[in-house]
Design a protein around this ligand. Structure first.
Ligand code: PLP
Length: 397
């Protein structure tokens, strides 16, 4: 008898789930088609248009005929700009020719890193709760994701003792996301020091996803990076991108920065996957990094204003607690007093038109929480907070 597609699919396909976030998107779309008013707290991307000068640079490149394959690593002007940006962000000098790869989004950087460094059976440490991508990419590469539970009381940091206790002879990689998705929390420099020590001691590769490093409300311009610490540029793969900082998520553009040796392994995989990123959009991205950064400042100011509304609003709701987010555009309140997080999220969406993502989607330790993405207008933030207050009050009764 002929095999079903389910049976034909490679084993690895069965190791990963469909995205729980996508399901919320689909439900929201159906509700809006019925004319329901929905608060959009489910979307993990900025709501701004891409700044015009960036679009113009990409359009001009297209008009000039920049329509052929780019170098596998990316166009030189963009790689130079990424190297300069990395120096600003981390204080570490980066050679643009041998250490930078332009990727089709941070997502490609993560997948390529897993394919380049994870063998079947290798263990990959990821924080719980976390954006699911590292787990799924590690699993698709044949690796074993090992979750490190984090706690709201410790600001969802990857606590060194919790990490250390999960390191085995098979541990190959430590994934760090800071600022984090879904929590908005930031790893302090002191914590990163302790994690760096573990990485050096156990010869781990560190995947440092710092895509939100400039959407940061703490001291200084950017969130701290483990790449800045002694002995870490040799073993760290930085993943970053344009989606969040420049509101360019649909462009599918990001990058990796790593040592020349690590970059060679990444490059080999890249040569057999996407080959290179779309050429003319790379010119837009080069403009994004090289031109004045006023557009980024404006977006961050807008996020800071929204964050304040959400944080103040959540603190004002009886029964809700919050580990204060210091970066990104997420808040991850504890709503466990009101029930299981998937049920509360479903209730808020169906009964009150508030779209959030259940914390359980991000791992076991996310249970009891909701992810609120405040990438919506201040008006929507205000309306959302008022609606949430009423909805939870009804549930309390
Ligand atoms: C932590 C984190 N890294 C990476 C990405 C994806 O980035 P990109 O659009 O550059 O692939 C996301 C998207 O939500 C994210 O939250």
């Amino acid at each position: 008898m002929a095999k079903s597609v389910e049976q034909l699919a490679a084993e690895r396909v069965h190791t990963v789930p469909f995205s729980g976030i996508r399901k919320v998107f689909e439900a929201v779309r159906a509700m809006e088609a019925e004319g329901r008013d929905v608060i959009h707290w489910q979307i993990g991307r900025p709501d701004f248009d891409t700044p015009d000068h960036i679009k113009q640079a990409a359009a001009a490149a297209l008009q000039r005929g920049e329509v052929h394959y780019a170098p596998n690593l990316g166009i030189p002007s963009l790689r130079k700009a990424i190297a300069e940006r990395t120096k600003i962000d981390t204080g570490v000098s980066v050679d643009w020719q041998s250490q930078v790869i332009v990727m089709a989004g941070a997502n490609e950087g993560i997948m390529v890193a897993m394919l380049a460094f994870i063998d079947p059976g290798d263990e990959v440490l990821v924080a719980d709760p976390n954006w699911h991508h590292y787990k799924s990419c590690a699993a698709l590469a044949g690796g074993i994701p090992v979750e490190v539970p984090t706690r709201a009381e410790a600001s969802f940091a990857m606590e060194p003792e919790a990490v250390a206790s999960r390191i085995t002879e098979y541990t190959k990689m430590l994934c760090i996301t800071s600022p984090g998705n879904p929590t908005g929390c930031v790893e302090t420099r002191e914590n990163l020091q302790a994690l760096a020590e573990l990485a050096r001691k156990h010869n781990l590769i560190v995947l440092m996803d710092q895509i939100y490093n400039r959407i940061y409300y703490g001291e200084g311009e950017v969130a701290p990076s483990i790449y800045s610490l002694e002995g870490m540029p040799e073993r760290t793969i930085i993943v970053n991108g344009f989606s969040k900082t420049y509101s360019m998520d649909g462009w599918r553009l990001g990058w990796t920065v790593a040592s020349p040796e690590l970059t060679q392994a990444l490059l080999k995989v890249r040569q057999y996957t996407t080959v290179c990123v779309n050429t003319f959009i790379q010119h837009g991205a080069a403009e994004a990094l090289s031109a004045g950064q006023g557009c980024v400042d404006d977006m961050i100011r807008a996020f800071a204003e929204r964050r304040q509304i959400i944080v103040d609003g959540l603190k004002g709701i009886e029964g809700v607690t919050l580990a204060e987010p210091i970066g990104a555009f997420y808040a991850f309140p504890n709503i466990s007093r009101f029930g299981a997080s998937a049920e509360v999220a479903e209730y808020l969406l169906r009964e009150h038109g508030i779209a959030t993502v259940s914390g359980s989607v991000f791992g076991t330790a996310g249970e009891g929480h909701l992810r609120i993405a405040y990438s919506c207008s201040t008006d929507e933030c205000h309306r959302g907070v008022d609606r949430l207050k009423q909805a939870l009050a009804q549930l309390r009764k």
